[in-house]
Design a protein around this ligand. Structure first.
Ligand code: HEM
Length: 212
């Protein structure tokens, strides 16, 4: 256990170790949604909002948002905190619009299309001079079948480890969600506050941000 290696300042450290997450609350002006938001040192932002009742007992929908510099090739979010056997959300810019692709990797090669996560693109998706931004409702991002074939559900009442990956190289066919792309230039992990991402306004946010 981590704390046993701490020899000085145990009390102060214990508090900060236990409370530590990398995400903070953020109100998105385009959608009015309050997300728990994490920005990597590479300048890519990953945001999440959950329903109030999200727990580890049943699957639930999520609203995710990714904001990335326009010059990026692609950005990916690994919902289980690793490359393989969990849902991957991959996004890139296609001219003036944003393309998304649902994937899952079964090895360390281009992840295949993954049909068990369904996305509804929401308002708050588009491209400006500096960034592209993707906002979507996802069914199947917070639960999946793990390597051993067992159902896995993110515990919405706690914190969780997510992982990201990105490449500066453009994807092969930007207009095609099944496009091939090349390996990441960097990967990383962060701890996201899921309990803090929950809100009883979730359904309202989905309704007000679903394009007519
Ligand atoms: C062309 C596509 C891709 C290739 C060829 C590729 C290949 C690899 C390789 C070779 C490693 C190193 C394994 C090791 O040394 O342990 C790795 C690690 C990793 N990749 Fe990918 N990758 C691809 C796409 C992606 C995507 C789309 C994501 C996420 C959305 C991702 C997330 C990760 C993560 C988080 C790691 C760290 C190790 C782990 O957690 O498994 N990769 N990848």
């Amino acid at each position: 256990m981590k704390l046993s290696t701490v020899t000085t300042g145990v009390i102060g450290l214990a508090g900060s170790v236990i409370a530590q997450t990398d995400s903070t609350p953020f109100v998105d002006a385009d959608t009015g949604i309050t997300f728990q938001s994490y920005t990597s040192t590479d300048g890519i932002t990953y945001r999440l909002a959950l329903p109030a009742e999200a727990s580890g007992d049943a699957g639930y929908d999520v609203i995710l948002q990714i904001v990335a510099p326009t010059e990026l090739g692609w950005a990916g979010w690994a919902w289980g905190g690793a490359m393989t056997y969990n849902p991957l959300t991959v996004v890139w810019k296609d001219g003036d619009s944003v393309q998304f692709s649902s994937r899952q990797a079964t090895g360390y090669y281009v992840p295949a299309t993954y049909d068990d996560a369904k996305y509804t693109v929401l308002k708050g998706t588009g491209v400006n001079e500096t960034h592209f931004k993707f906002t979507a409702l996802c069914t199947g991002c917070a639960s999946w079948t793990d390597f051993d074939g067992n159902p896995y559900i993110l515990n919405g009442a706690g914190d969780t480890n997510f992982a990201y990956a990105f490449s500066n190289t453009p994807v092969e066919e930007p207009a095609n969600p099944e496009s091939g792309f090349s390996i990441h230039d960097n990967v990383g992990r962060w701890i996201h506050d899921l309990a803090g991402a929950r809100s009883d306004q979730f359904e309202e946010w989905v309704t007000t941000n679903t394009p007519a």
